[in-house]
Design a protein around this ligand. Sequence first.
Ligand code: WQD
Length: 342
Amino acid sequence: MKHKILVTGGTGYIGSHTAVELQNAGYEVIIIDNLSNSNESVINGIEKITGIRPIFEKLDCNDKDGVEKLFSEHPGIKGIIHFAASKAVGESVQKPLLYYRNNLLSLINLLELMPRFNVEAFVFSSSCTVYGQPDVLPVTENAPVKPALSPYGNTKQICEEIIRDTVYSGTPIKSILLRYFNPIGAHPSAEIGELPLGVPQNLIPFVTQTAAGIRKELSVFGNDYNTPDGSCIRDYINVVDLAKAHVIAVSRMLDEKMKNPVEIFNLGTGRGLSVLEIIRTFQEVTGMKVPYKIVGRREGDIEKVWADPEFANKELGWTAEESVADTLLSAWKWQQRIVSQG
Ligand code: WQD
């Protein structure tokens, strides 16, 4: 058995896929999650895929005493992958203090507790949202961080700064900041996937729910952008590929392979796809119809963004491997599983 890793937000979408890949790689996984946006049954899915039931505790990272107790009860945790955060862009505009409290305090609690329990490695779940609309595409890690368009986006920027300041203060913590582009799809087993509560805000769950007849039609937010077909362009990355990058990041830290105490990597495919291309590909690979209409632009949307993943490819030896077709198929398979389970 390799080292013990704490995964915060580990019953969530990306967290659960990462827990699977960590266990597949031999790590011992301890998950904490406050279940505000996920369900404990996800632990069953992780166990079904890997044959191992991770340790799970319902715990909020804002509960510092609770997290301290967890570290005491599970000595020897070597690293943390910190997913736990509020992530709805629109909600963050309505409830900024909730977002600042949840996302900043939980980070501060973990960073304060780490040296006391000799935990040195910290992977942070960041976002390409920090680049805003980049001036140059594809976007590299050296592109400037632009003023955030939402409190949610701002929390990602501030969290990155808090981590950087803490590491460079001389505390024995090193960190890898992973800037995700648009994670989509589900585990090929369809045992775990994305479980949006209520009306999905993100494109793919809305597409799969529309194909399943749960939603009448998809609204495409704008076809008058400066892109080949007028709809927005994103870099959609398979969630299992993304999860694997976290395992590599953890090993890189624990094996002392980092070149700087804070490293930043873009996690994307390097390929941009428009909303209309996604709909077309989804229809082709699933054979399902996705009724849609073009509506006005969504406030705050970036016109086009895709990653330059070369630094991650070279330094981490990681590349996004799944095709978008297979990834969309996995999302559809997962949607069918949810429907069949009611
Ligand atoms: C993708 C494209 C929409 C829904 C957000 C966060 C980001 C991140 C991932 C989070 C856009 C279009 C969408 C719909 C549509 N991190 N769309 N109809 O906005 O790129 O990124 O989620 O945790 O920080 O900002 O992702 O999936 O919402 O949208 O036309 O019903 O699909 O306009 O072009 P986005 P998304």
